[in-house]
Design a protein around this ligand. Structure first.
Ligand SMILES: [Zn+2]
Length: 420
């Protein structure tokens, strides 16, 4: 027993309950959107083994309007072994190339300007800037991916971005003309420290740009399955503007972009910096107020819509199961993990399929459904394919036209039920 308790104390905590707002520090948090507990969404396993579930209901901050997840899972459980690398997603590479061209003009980057990327992954965004003659440095705690990026010519610090890391980069390379953070800004429970680190590293006329999921899209477009433990905060322009102001920074632009079903691209300068604030910032904040985005009633209505969508979808699957049909789920991603738990689908599916080789021949987080290549819908004679990766319903049904031609049915659960 002694050894057991000793080893337990040596193990870092798996998670903690966030009792304060991760943006403004207020303790005024209330339950906004109840969601089912779930295992770590991207933890697809090579062998079946027990996995802990964590709470992922959304809570609303009465102080600044930030929306955040209930359990903050130890990032080492989420990111250290992270296998996702950007180039595995071809759409993103093209997105980064355009993004670099657009931002380079906006910031006035010249040959030799320093560009830093937080959560730089395999370095594909920074490569786009290096191709334009910029000096680049990446920061990413996924040790293997960071080492790989460094070997490929994108020097990458294998750590979380902190004031200490910012100071080291500034000592070595000087201040940054541009700091980027795409889809990682929502991943940290140390956002105040991250904002301070950005301020420390930024040049007097430099810019920080970031992309985050937009709370308004999550609510309006039924994107609740994009809630999973990697994403701690669900941002609005209102909460971001006040957050940056608290840290000596100024939100000078905010744009809605289509990434991941609906995101925000924000641009930030040092407080008192040379640029004027775009009218978009005020316009979006007004729109958020008009749509009552930060009102508890908005989330209660959202919860009712989610329940109704579940009822409809599950009724179709249950009819199929009762008729002895084989039902496959298409998609093996963290969003699918959330959807399976929220809609209680684990016992309504025979297996999952996915086109990403990394996910094939694994078991799904929490319920251990086997994941096969998508050819399994033919080999295992599925009658029905539940398109759990519903944001990709069009390419999936187009790719498997012959499944439908042979009499198979696609059932798409969201944004509204559709049977193809
Ligand atoms: Zn707050």
């Amino acid at each position: 027993m002694m050894t057991a308790s000793k080893s337990r104390t040596a193990t870092p905590a798996t998670h903690y309950k966030a009792t304060r707002c991760l943006l403004c520090g207020s303790g005024d948090l209330s339950l906004a959107l109840p969601l089912a507990d779930s295992a770590v969404g991207n933890d697809y396993l090579r062998d079946r083994q027990p996995q802990q579930k964590f709470a992922q209901s959304l809570h609303l901050c009465g102080g600044c309007g930030n929306v955040q997840i209930e359990d903050v899972v130890n990032p080492d459980l989420l990111f250290r072994q992270y296998t996702y690398s950007t180039t595995s997603s071809l759409g993103l590479v093209e997105h980064f190339r355009k993004y670099a061209a657009e931002i380079a003009g906006q910031v006035g980057l010249t040959a030799g300007s320093l560009v830093a990327d937080i959560g730089s992954n395999d370095g594909s965004l920074l490569k786009a800037f290096a191709d334009r003659g910029c000096r680049v440095v990446g920061v990413d705690p996924a040790v293997e991916i960071a080492a790989h990026a460094t070997a490929e010519g994108v020097p990458t610090v294998p750590e979380y971005f902190s004031r200490e890391v910012a100071a080291r980069i500034r000592d070595e390379h000087g201040p940054a003309k541009l700091i980027t953070a795409n889809n990682v800004f929502a991943h940290s429970d140390q956002l105040p420290a991250m904002a301070d680190a950005v301020r420390d590293l930024l040049d007097a006329d430099g810019l920080f740009t970031f992309e985050v999921s937009y709370l308004l899209d999550i609510v309006q477009k039924m994107l609740f399955d994009t809630v999973y433990h990697e994403h701690l905060c669900y941002h609005s322009v209102r909460s971001l503007r006040s957050f940056f102001a608290q840290h000596g920074l100024q939100l000078i632009d905010a744009r809605r972009i289509p990434t991941k079903g609906g995101s925000l691209r924000g641009t930030v300068q040092l407080a008192g910096g040379p640029r004027t604030v775009s009218p978009e910032v005020g316009r979006l904040i007004e729109w958020e107020a008009l749509t009552r985005l930060h009102s508890p009633e908005t989330f209660r209505a959202y919860a009712r819509r989610i329940d109704a969508a579940k009822e409809q979808f599950v009724a179709v699957l249950d009819r199929c199961r009762a008729a002895g049909k084989v039902v496959a789920g298409y998609g093996a991603s963290p969003t699918v993990t959330t959807l399976i738990d929220q809609f209680d689908l684990a016992n309504r599916l025979d297996f999952l399929v996915d086109d990403n080789p990394v996910k094939q021949h694994t078991f799904s987080p929490g319920h251990h459904l086997p994941v096969y290549p998508s050819g399994a819908i033919y080999e295992r004679e599925a009658d029905v394919v539940a398109v759990l990766a519903w944001q990709y319903a069009n390419p999936i049904t187009a790719k498997h036209r012959r499944f439908a031609e042979a009499g198979g049915r696609f059932v798409v659960p969201l944004p509204q039920l559709q049977i193809v």
